[in-house]
Ligand binder design. Sequence first.
Ligand code: COI
Length: 406
Amino acid sequence: MNQSLLLADVTAPEDVTAAGVAAPGRISWTRTPLPASDLATAAQIAERCAQPAFGQVFTEHMVSARWSEDRGWHDARLRPWGPLVLDPATVGLHYGQVVFEGLKAFRQQDGSVAAFRPADHARRMRRSARRLAMPEPPEELFVESVRELLAQDQRWVPQAPTQSLYLRPLLFATDMSLALRPSRSYEFLLLAFVTEAFFGPAAPSVAVWICEQYTRAAPGGTGEAKCAGNYAPGYLAQAEAAEHGCQQVVWLDAAEHRWVEEMGGMNLFFVYGEGAGATLVTPPLTGTLLPGVTRNTLQILAADLGLTIEERRLTVDQWRADAESGAMTEAFACGTAAVVTPVSRAVSAEGSWQIGDGKAGPTTAKLHALLADIQRGRTPDRHGWLDRIPSAAAGSAAGPARTIAP
Ligand code: COI
C-alpha cells in the first residue's frame, strides 16, 4: 500500500456500501451519513445557531476525497464530521502545501438552499493548487462535494436573514515524508459552519490600519493564491491594528510601501461621487492580490447599476487626500466572509482620516442589498450564480456508491 495513503479516519462508520468501484477516469463516491437517530434535532440546531461565532458552529457531516499519483482523484465520501488522524510527518503541516476556499450557501426565499458561485470558487482553488504544485481538484468534484454536503446538512442552512452557511474546501499534502518536494498524495476536505456577520453583529463599519512594516505579498510570490501561508503572517500586523483601535489591516505593495493592495482576507473598494454618477475603484489584480469572487460579483453588479468601474492603483496619500477633499465618498471591504463591510476610518503612522460617517454610504448599501437579494433568491439571478440544491436531495440514508467524471 502506498504509505502516504494511510490517513486514518477514526470516526467514519464502516462503509455500508461497497467501496465505489469507479470506471477508469471517474471518481467513486460513497455516502455514509450518521444514522437518522444520531442527527441533531431541529431544536438543537436552532440552539447552536443562535449566536454563531465565525468558524465555530460546524454541521454534522463533511466531504473528503484523496489524490495519489497512482490513482489520481478517488474515494470521495460524504461522512460524519470528525477528527483526522495525521502522522506527525504529514508534509502539509511542515511545509505549508495547503490551499483552501471560502464560499457560502443561502436559504432561499422559497425555503430551498443554494450555493453561491461554486464553480468560480472551484476554478480559483484549481489556480491556487497549481501555484503550490498540487493536483487541481476537478471542478466537478468540488461542485459535487458542495451539493452532497448541502443536500445532507441542509437543515443547518439558517433561515435568519443575517446568517448563512460558510463552506470551507481545503486541500492539503498528506505524504508522510519531510523531503522538500511536492507531496505525492493529497486530501481534499469540505467543511461547513453557520455564520453571521464576520466582524460581529454590532459592527456597522470597520476602522483599518495601514500597515507599513510588514508585507503580505510580493511580485512572483503567492499573493494571488488562497494558500494557508498567506494568512498567519498577517496576525502580527493584525495585533498592531488592534493596538491602534482598528479591526483590520490594509496591505501595501512590497516595493514602495505606498500602493494600496487589499486587506487581510478581503478586497477593498473606493467610491467616488454619488448616485448614478458614482465610480467604483478597486486596485487591479497585479498578482499580489487575491482575485475575490465577491470582488468580481460586485464589479458586475455595479456595472448592471450603470456605475463606472475602474481598476487602478491608489496610493495611501491619494486615499487620504481624496477622502479629505470629499472626492472619495465611501470605502468598503468585501469577501465571502466580510460580504460588504464599510470602512469608515483609516489610521496610519502619519495620522488618521475619516471616510463617510461610520455607516454604509448609499452606493455601498445598494450593492450590499443587491448582492444579498440575489444570494437569498429575493431578486432574479440574472448571472446564473446560484447552484440550487433540490430539497428532495436531503436525506440521512447511506446511498449507493456512484461515480462522477473528474
Ligand atoms: C473569506 O472571505 O472567505 C476568507 O477566506 C477570509 C478569511 C475568513 C480567511
